[in-house]
Write a protein that binds this ligand. Structure first.
Ligand code: MD3
Ligand code: FE
Length: 203
């Protein structure tokens, strides 16, 4: 089912459930080439979320700041290619939300273990904000926080569950967002973790 709860935000509940096993296998295959790692923020803190990337570029953070780059700093090699199952899911979800022709050049794979969280932030390391962002939740549920265009705007809480896909475009693209701490649990497809795929056109 499909509900539009705010301009530019389309939540496609359980949209990815039919492909869940294929997607998780693809995540694990990517991570064999580009292992999950806890990157350091520019401020020197280790992130609680472990990350891996695939596609033409990957998002990284270290003492030098946040950026996209074409090599994995851990291996010195290009990032693994985006699996076909990722590309087709991102494209069809974007189209369902009114963004035909979405061609992401990067996918960030976030792995949340119990206790992991992501503070309120904007996604603004991309060259343009004209393309949407497509996010796919797999495994354990988490409470997502959606704010406004200013950090101090009030936030609403949205439960994101296994297979939910959200498309963030147009006026929603620069809204502040984050996720609350993951609670322990066991999911039949992912085990004790939550994965989130974020598809972007970084430029
Ligand atoms: C709203 N990831 O990787 S996905 C991120 O669940 C990130 O791992 C979260 O925020 C996660 O940057 C949230 C949902 C999401 C992604 C991008 C957005 C929501 C967004 C961009 C603009 C507004
Ligand atoms: Fe984000």
């Amino acid at each position: 089912t499909r509900e539009a709860f705010d301009e530019g935000v389309t939540i496609l509940r359980q949209y990815a459930v039919a492909q869940d096993e294929v997607l998780v296998r693809a995540i694990l295959a990517v991570a064999r080439s580009a292992p999950f790692r806890h990157m350091k923020t520019p401020g020197g803190h280790s992130m609680s979320v472990a990350m891996a990337c695939c596609g033409q570029v990957g998002w990284v953070t270290d003492e030098g700041g946040y950026r996209y780059q074409s090599q994995d700093p851990e291996t010195g090699r290009p990032w693994p290619a985006m699996p076909e199952s990722f590309v087709s899911l991102a494209r069809s979800a974007a189209e369902a939300a009114g963004f035909p022709g979405f061609a992401p050049d990067t996918c960030l794979i976030n792995r949340y273990q119990p206790g992991a969280r992501m503070g309120l932030h904007q996604d603004r390391n991309e060259k343009t904000f004209s393309s949407p962002i497509v996010s796919v939740s797999l495994g354990l549920p988490i409470v997502f926080q959606l704010g406004g265009l200013r950090r101090t705007d009030r936030t609403e809480r949205i439960l994101l569950e296994h297979g939910d896909v959200v498309v963030w475009g147009g006026p929603a693209r620069l809204r502040y967002h984050g996720v609350l701490t993951l609670k322990p649990g066991e999911h039949p497809v992912t085990g004790p973790v939550r994965f989130n795929l974020t598809f972007r056109r970084a430029g």
